[in-house]
Ligand binder design. Structure first.
Ligand code: UDP
Length: 468
């Protein structure tokens, strides 16, 4: 299967400069110029297995856009595979997060995985030249490392996932990947303790992701546009709907024309507080846990609505569990008592037009009085950083990267098993807008300092520089 070349729209560094200020922009440009010189005609390739849906694709869309504007020679390739391959990599993904799913990994799985990744390595090796640098993302591509290294390519493996505690299934997944990882020259994780012991610490770096303040996902939207977008996609009803216009990543004007697929008895009123969680339909995001905590402990006796939003299932090609998890949430929703069910909405956002999908997420996060990220495990929650950027108070699980993101009063941390604590935090923030605003402001300032594109690119430039 030929890898697909993805070319996201160019993102303007000058626009980023408006947010980070002239000094940070100057450092960024100087670093990019230096890196370009040192690359001396070599190309940096990013390789993953999906162009849409989920944090990795989201981040590459942004990063590639900025790298293009910095005129750095870099390309993004998406490799494919049969459903059997993605079924294996999903089991690996869940295990690396510490969660068992599906049957144990067998020798037959190892053989199928090695076969599929060898085919992809051969295909990418036809494009990359010796001396080029290939960044392989996540378990779907780890098996390509030796095939590429054999052809004189420098391989870096970037793992976006990890669990806080080692469990037998984590070890099982690492043992599965271990023989494939030897050929990589450096390893990148979002958190230091995600590195398995067998990978050398001196060849491992920690690089948290970043968000793009100018992208449709995060760009400023005035309250009228937020409301218009949420009417256009069907989450609000009635009243005069203004045009749901936004600016696309390539700078052209866009308008929301598609609607979300909704599971709801009634639709929320724009005037009541809303709790929002945006996630893929993945068990580790615990969408059904948010649903029951809200229905049992927030809805009775208080105001407010819950919207759980995720991508329309079938659309995230490397995530075969999505449809199943959505079906489970649907069943959980149907089983709720009607009085609280009527205050909850499951929204599947269309993915045909990524900018349109992004502006729907943006509007939901901006409208939210409180944003939830009740994950059971999380490397770095992009959705958390996105909501923090929008000055939203986030109630998140005290796991993985969320601990760093929401610590020190930048959000509210609760244990993932503590439904009562989760609901109490939501209710408190619904009732206390001043406290919510204080947390939201601290959250925004932290993202401004730590998680914007310049910080991310500088960390990558430093790593790539080691090989030039
Ligand atoms: N996302 C989206 N549309 C959706 C659901 C999710 O654009 O319908 C985005 C979300 O805004 C975030 C990313 O997908 O940018 C999810 O990244 P995160 O790190 O939170 O979780 P992951 O999916 O990588 O586990």
């Amino acid at each position: 299967m030929t890898p697909q070349l993805i070319t996201p729209p160019r993102r303007s560094l000058a626009d980023l400069g408006e947010v980070i200020g002239p000094e940070r922009l100057r450092v960024l440009r100087a670093t990019a110029d230096d890196l370009r010189r040192r690359l001396g005609g070599r190309t940096v390739w990013q390789v993953n297995s999906t162009a849409t849906g989920g944090g990795v694709a989201e981040m590459l869309q942004v990063l590639m856009g900025y790298l293009a504007d910095a005129e750095l020679p870099t390309h993004w390739l998406v490799v494919g595979g049969e459903p059997e391959f993605f079924e294996i990599t999903k089991r690996l993904h869940n295990r690396l997060h510490g969660a068992a799913s599906g049957p144990d990994l067998t020798e037959a799985d190892a053989a199928a995985y090695a076969r599929a990744t060898a085919i992809n390595a051969t295909a990418v090796a036809e494009l990359a030249r010796p001396g080029d640098i290939v960044v392989l993302h996540d378990p779907q591509t780890a098996g390509m490392a030796s095939g590429l290294a054999d052809r004189g390519v420098t391989v870096i493996w970037r793992c976006h996932i990890g669990g806080d505690r080692r469990t037998p299934v984590t070890d099982e997944a690492w043992e599965f990947l271990r023989p494939h990882l030897r050929a990589a020259e450096a390893y990148v994780f979002s958190l230091p303790h995600y590195r398995p012991e067998f990978l050398p610490a001196d060849r491992t770096v920690v690089i948290p992701p970043s968000i793009d303040p100018a992208a449709p996902k995060n760009a400023d939207l005035d309250p009228a546009t937020v409301e218009a977008v949420l009417r256009a996609c069907g989450i609000f009803t009635g009243g005069p709907a203004g045009p749901a216009r936004f600016t696309r990543r390539d700078g052209r004007p866009g308008e929301v024309t598609r609607t979300a697929k909704l599971l709801a008895d009634e639709l929320p009123s724009p005037d009541e507080p809303m709790l929002v969680q945006v996630s893929r339909w993945d068990r580790l995001k615990d969408m059904s846990g948010v649903l029951t905590a809200f229905a049992e402990r927030v809805a009775p006796g208080g105001p407010g609505w819950l919207v759980l939003a995720g991508p329309q299932v079938d659309d995230v090609g490397d995530d075969p569990e999505g449809a199943q998890v959505y079906a489970e949430c649907q069943a959980a929703w149907q089983a709720l008592p009607r009085a609280s069910r009527r205050r909850t909405v499951l929204a599947s956002l269309p993915l045909e037009d990524l900018d349109e999908n992004a502006v729907m997420v943006n509007a939901l996060q901006r409208h939210a009085a409180v944003v939830a990220q009740k994950s059971l495990a999380e490397g770095f929650g992009l959705t958390v950083a996105e909501a923090m950027w929008k000055c939203r108070p986030v109630v998140g699980s005290a796991v993985g990267g969320i601990l760093d993101q929401l610590g020190d009063g930048r959000g509210v941390l609760v244990e993932p098993s503590d439904a009562a604590g989760f609901a109490a935090a939501v209710r408190r923030l619904f009732d206390d807008p001043a406290e919510a605003a204080r947390i939201g402001d601290a959250a925004h300032a932290f993202v401004h300092r730590e998680y914007l594109g310049d910080r991310h690119l500088l960390r990558w430039a430093e790593l790539l520089g080691r090989f030039l």
